[in-house]
Design a protein around this ligand. Structure first.
Ligand SMILES: Cc1cc2nc3c(=O)[nH]c(=O)nc-3n(C[C@H](O)[C@H](O)[C@H](O)COP(=O)(O)O)c2cc1C
Length: 257
């Protein structure tokens, strides 16, 4: 399979990472809206264990991966490493919703589950969009500002949360951006891509071509390359942003596929 990065002649590939926010109830809608984009992206989902409380993975018309799949596909040296292959597969990584816990992990570089490993291994030349979603008191905590700032400084694009009465009853900032807003942000990147859709989708099909692999399969979704990227670890970017929680996107986060 071709390496990620958006080659001409195939559909763009969006990897959707979902975490344990109540906003994960919107995953079916978000996936449907992504699949309906004119660029006809392939979509795959990686979710945390807590995210599964809010949607039924089997209800989505796309492959859904979680922690067990990482270890079911690897038993010995030479076996595919799922988080590396998903990272290679994807042109764009969308973290929606990104809860406070996983936001903190990303900011701190932790990688203790499949999704966090994909994020930690992410090729920062490819777009990463994140959509914070949390209780308004969590949002107002100074740690949230530090964490979102850290992500923006890495070049990741924030799709700002919105103010509303949250599922818990509190009113204020912290709700995940509207699905339309998120899809529009993704589309901006796909539009700029040189990738062109392949005319292989069956009319009326909800399953995208080339994505027949089931979670837990021993076939890797990405390329046949060995684990171990030649990309340098870490970034050359400096901390120092003053952008606050709830603010809009960081200048310079306009990477495209
Ligand atoms: C009903 C319910 C709703 C939750 N919603 C959110 C939320 O919107 N945002 C958030 O940051 N945490 C929320 N949490 C807490 C997270 O699920 C918890 O921090 C969990 O450890 C996150 O794990 P993960 O980041 O690995 O998915 C919620 C918890 C429950 C029980």
């Amino acid at each position: 399979m071709a390496q990620g990065g958006g080659g001409a002649g195939r559909r763009p590939r969006v990897l959707l990472g979902a975490t344990g926010s109540v906003a994960s109830v919107k995953l079916p809608l978000l996936v449907a809206r992504l699949l309906a984009l004119p660029q006809q992206p392939e979509v795959r989902v990686v979710c945390t264990e807590h995210a599964k409380h809010f949607f039924a993975p089997e209800s989505l018309p796309v492959p859904v991966y979680s922690d067990a799949d990482e270890w079911q596909t690897w038993t010995r040296l030479g076996d595919p490493v799922l988080h590396v292959d998903l990272r290679r597969w994807a042109d764009l990584l969308l973290l929606a919703p990104l809860d406070a816990n996983s936001l903190a992990k990303v900011a701190g570089g932790l990688c203790d589950n499949l999704l966090m490993c994909v994020v930690r291994a992410w090729d920062r030349d490819r777009p990463l969009l994140f959509c914070p979603a949390m209780n308004t008191h969590m949002w107002d905590h100074p740690l949230t500002g530090a964490h979102t700032r850290a992500l923006r400084q890495l070049g990741y694009e924030e799709v700002a949360c919105v103010s509303k009465t949250l599922a818990c009853g509190d009113t204020g900032l912290g709700a995940m951006a509207e699905v339309d807003t998120i899809v529009q942000a993704v589309q901006t990147h796909l539009r700029a891509s040189l990738t062109t859709p392949e005319p292989t989708r069956e009319p009326g099909s909800t399953q995208e071509p080339g994505s027949t692999q089931e979670p837990g399969s021993t076939q890797e979704p990405g390329s046949t390359q060995e684990p171990g990227s030649t990309q340098e670890p870490g970034s050359t970017q400096e901390p120092g942003s003053t952008q606050e929680p709830g603010s809009t996107q960081e200048p310079g986060s306009t990477r495209t596929i």
